[in-house]
Ligand binder design. Structure first.
Ligand code: SF4
Length: 231
């Protein structure tokens, strides 16, 4: 991030006018490409900014820029799509503390709300009505050291943990983490091949050989639309 860009609010002369804002990269309507909700029409709210730099990141455009939006305006735009599912994503959405408020307001509307998070920030304060999709960063991400292991204790049955696999080393590391922490007893475990790097059929064979208690997932939106932004 340049020295001119920040996700902290700019100082304003009228305090209170901007007390409930978030920096937003994009809001769009598409099909959910990942997680247990794959295939459902979903509104995506992509927050700006991420403290990580994963090697395989496909949303680097969310690191910078963005637009400050009132949380109530964001909620209104989400409602305008009349979708049952909404996914708050990034970047790392939890890097903006008011994300917690947005999540609760969306839950109050009775929507199915999910949060996609890097696993590097504390998920404990997230509204329990939210389905948390929590990454555990594999070695090839380059961000292994950022995993916040205490998050595992906060996982509930309707949450999901996700491993992105970029090769055999990632797979074996993930297999051991799944077993050591008995993750299938806590929540659903998702295994996703790194797009264009890990052949999915090979990953499927490894999982079957090991009787791995996890769910293989392909990124539906990339199968449908490639790596187009806003999909
Ligand atoms: S945590 Fe997500 S948004 Fe941030 S660098 Fe990694 S893949 Fe990209």
């Amino acid at each position: 991030m340049s020295t001119l860009e920040t996700n902290h609010e700019p100082r304003i002369t009228n305090p209170g006018a901007a007390t409930q804002r978030l920096k937003i990269t994009e809001i769009f309507h598409s099909l959910q490409g990942e997680s247990r909700s794959v295939g459902w029409p979903t509104v995506f709210v992509r927050l700006t900014g991420c403290p990580l730099r994963c090697t395989y990141c496909d949303t680097t455009y969310s690191f910078y820029g963005g637009e400050w939006r009132e949380i109530d305006d964001i909620v209104a735009e989400v409602q305008s799509y009349a979708a049952r599912h909404v996914c708050v994503t990034g970047g790392e959405p939890l890097s903006q503390k008011r994300c917690l408020l947005l999540l609760s307001k969306l839950c109050d509307l009775g929507l199915d709300v999910s949060l996609e998070t890097s696993g590097a920030l504390d998920i404990a304060p997230v509204d329990p009505r939210v389905v948390r999709v929590v990454d555990l960063k594999t070695p090839s991400s380059g961000e292994l050291a950022r995993n916040l292991w205490s998050n595992i204790e906060h996982l509930k049955a309707d949450d999901q943990v996700k491993f992105v696999i970029g090769g055999r080393e990632d797979y074996e590391w993930s297999r051991e983490v799944i077993r050591q922490h008995n993750l299938p007893a806590r929540c659903e475990v998702l295994i996703s091949p790194s797009f264009g790097v890990q052949p999915p059929e090979q990953l499927a064979e490894w999982m079957l050989e090991d009787r791995l208690d996890a769910r293989l997932q392909l990124q539906l939106h990339k199968i449908l639309w490639g790596e187009a932004k806003g999909r």
